[in-house]
Write a protein that binds this ligand. Structure first.
Ligand code: MG
Length: 372
């Protein structure tokens, strides 16, 4: 029986402990040590709609699909590289080519492995996230459990996920709102001159709760506060990155005076950035591609909670691989914006689902995905 079938059979007989000694001492019967096998392949995500933010528009997102193999078991990971974040298929390929995971013969030494990956070069957060996600998928499969269970979270506590409506003409906005039927909250991109028109157009066709993401688009704190009061009357629940991140004094003033929570997105990337958002924002938006993956994201949730901050989980346009990885953390966040897989037309996996607007975790070990 090969290792993969051994694991599946072990799961079926519920003899979970019987295989543990084997994994505690991998390679114990082998003369030559075989470590983790990393492979990767570029992929282009096709967007269903041209996506418009306060600064740019695009119809594809470059992506890298990553695998880590160990003794017949494969973990899947992914890097998504929206151009404004500075990584590319070339930079991710270069980063992944330069690291040597074969030196590691025990995938459960995740601290050691991911610290090595992080320290191998600065930046490259999406490339690092791809390795982190693949390693979590692999180790979850080896333990035969999904990560939300390994972490001890309750599946029914997942939040609703928002569906994103980009800045567009009233006709397209109405069409997108109709397509979002079934969602319980919409995320509206603002930050251009048609902000009020965007909201009023949505209110013509739907009374659904909204959140807004300004992507740093408002430059004046008085204007921003006026807008937030108006948005609250329109059924908006929170505001993401209303003003430029370079202006923490104005944002702290806005947060103090705002009737709605103010969430940091562009202002935060990694665990070490959480400290500077305390007292400035009401909460943080955590994205795997910016924070190097699930391990650091989990630490960020805990640090934010310890400082009484709200936590939101966000994403890039991604396949169900990275979305399902992030969703493993969703039972312990306030809000989720994990719709990136629903915005593309060429997904590669079946993963967590949105049922009646709510993130619905499954029982699939690892990060909860099955290749299509
Ligand atoms: Mg945002």
């Amino acid at each position: 029986m090969d290792r993969k079938h051994f694991i599946q059979n072990t799961a079926l007989t519920a003899a979970g402990l019987s295989f543990l000694p084997k994994y505690s001492f991998p390679n114990m019967n082998k003369k030559t040590s075989r470590g983790l096998q990393l492979s990767f392949e570029p992929y282009n995500l096709q967007l269903k709609h041209v996506f418009t933010l306060a600064g740019s528009s695009r119809s594809t997102t470059p992506d890298m699909q990553v695998k880590i193999r160990f003794e017949g078991v494969t973990g899947h990971g992914e890097a998504s590289m929206p151009p404004y974040l500075g990584e590319s298929q070339e930079s991710v390929g270069k980063f992944l080519s330069a690291i040597n995971l074969q030196q590691f013969t025990d995938p459960f030494r995740m601290d050691e492995i991911l610290e090595y990956v992080d320290k191998s070069a600065p930046g490259n957060t999406a490339a690092k996230a791809a390795v982190d996600i693949a390693l979590h998928d692999l180790t979850g499969k080896l333990m035969n459990q999904p990560w939300y269970k390994i972490w001890g979270f309750s599946a029914e506590k997942t939040p609703f996920t928002s569906f994103t409506i980009g800045i567009d003409t009233p006709e397209i906005v109405r069409q997108k709102v109709r397509e979002a039927e079934g969602f319980k909250i919409l995320k509206v991109k603002l930050g251009r001159e048609n902000d009020r028109q965007m909201i009023e157009t949505i209110r013509e066709v739907s009374g659904i709760p909204l959140c807004v993401d300004v992507n740093q688009g408002w430059k004046d704190k008085i204007f921003a506060l006026d807008m937030i009061h108006w948005l609250k009357e329109k059924g908006v629940q929170y505001v993401e990155q209303p003003m430029p991140k370079e202006n923490p004094e104005d944002i702290a003033w806005l947060t103090q005076n705002s009737p709605l929570p103010i969430i940091a997105d562009e202002a935060i990337q990694r665990l070490t950035d959480v400290q500077k958002t305390i007292g400035v924002y009401s909460g943080i938006n955590i994205k795997l591609m910016k924070c190097t993956g699930m391990r650091e994201a989990h630490k960020m949730v805990n640090l934010a909670r310890a400082n009484n901050m709200k936590v939101m989980l966000g994403c890039m346009t991604e396949t169900s691989c990275a979305i399902s990885a992030a969703a493993q953390l969703s039972p312990v966040v306030d809000w989720a914006d994990l719709d990136g897989n629903l915005l593309i037309s060429n997904d590669l996996f079946k993963g967590v689902e949105v049922i009646n607007g709510k993130i619905t975790l499954n029982q699939v070990p690892g990060i909860g995905i099955i290749p299509l």
